[in-house]
Design a protein around this ligand. Sequence first.
Ligand code: PLP
Length: 403
Amino acid sequence: MTTTNELIELSERRSAHNYHPLPVVIREAQGAWVVDVEGRRYLDCLAGYSSLNFGHGNPKIIEAAQAQLARLTLTSRAFFHDQFAAFAAGLGDLTGKDMVLPMNTGAEAVETAIKVARKWGYEVKGVAADQANIIVMEDNFHGRTTTIVSFSTDPDAHDGFGPYTPGFRVVKYGSIEAIREAVDANTVAVLLEPIQGEAGVLVPPDGYLTQVRELCTAENILMIADEIQSGLGRTGDTFACDHENVVPDVYVLGKALGGGVVPVSAIAANADVLGVIKPGQHGSTFGGNPLACAVASAVIDLLGTGEYQRRAAELGAVLHERLNALVGRGVVAVRGRGLWAGVDIDPSLATGRQVSEALMRHGVLAKDTHGSTIRLAPPIVVTEEDLSWAVDRLADVLAELSA
Ligand SMILES: *Cc1c(COP(=O)(O)O)cnc(C)c1O
């Protein structure tokens, strides 16, 4: 039998080192638990960066995928297929929007939103050719394409990948004044995460999203919400924008939309916005394929019951209460909403990486973001007991590190 170390050594030798995985080799999973090649069990508190909101092997999602696998997997958009209409209408209804445009990865959906906003700017708003600008936020994370990393403020994501795509203005996250100062007649969109995930689960000040909505409406600017990580149940609502009853002009979705099975992303907007895209102007060979649509439709059905949103809110309250009790005992601060927490560990104790490694040895898989911050975002199907157990393991790790 190949050992953990052999599999890790071969993986590292034969693949680019664009990730620095924890030294665990996972073989199978069910619900919120994964099993490694040596049979050890771990509670998954990362959930594929919220791609696995509905759990590993969710029966409804797997059933939809298997039925579709056996019938039809790919047509390309050159033809219609029988899964597309229900997907488009279902996602449109979930977002309250007229139209959707499916892609595969999150970054592709962000790119789609950028293209749509620029085209809308030229054709509807009347911005002069090639003059459009889009306001984005410091510490954003929107993906890894060359255009997107052009406006990243993370040196690892950005540096060394120029020349950079122009047309973006970076402002401080959480400050409506900063956006107001950056707006001019050529501004076509404000692109933001309603909660910044990769930055460390940063929640903006109360009222900020409402202010952004009002400013965008007043200035005839599209509000684009990147809900790829924050959306689809994670925060206790269908979308993080729902917390302030804010409706953006464009939703950008991904991750959990694919049910942890296939990459599915999309943008959703009304016809006055998304209608600017005409045949040949944008597309993707795999975007909106039958398997993706069948899986995403199962995800949309799960969200339609409201059960997952409620569960994330209830379990989230437990998680935050239990984590807040660790403040002063190795934890400096806890942020987040719903079943999603960024936990700042006392940097004199350990880095986020060291805490993640120690948690792994205790049977909990979590991931650091920056510095001494770890994020916790287990599948929403996690039980309260298991969630509590994971926080106990964090308490153990912190106690060990303080000793
Ligand atoms: C993960 C993520 C993306 C990029 O998605 P990929 O599928 O990795 O391309 C974009 N925006 C946010 C907020 C994300 O969390």
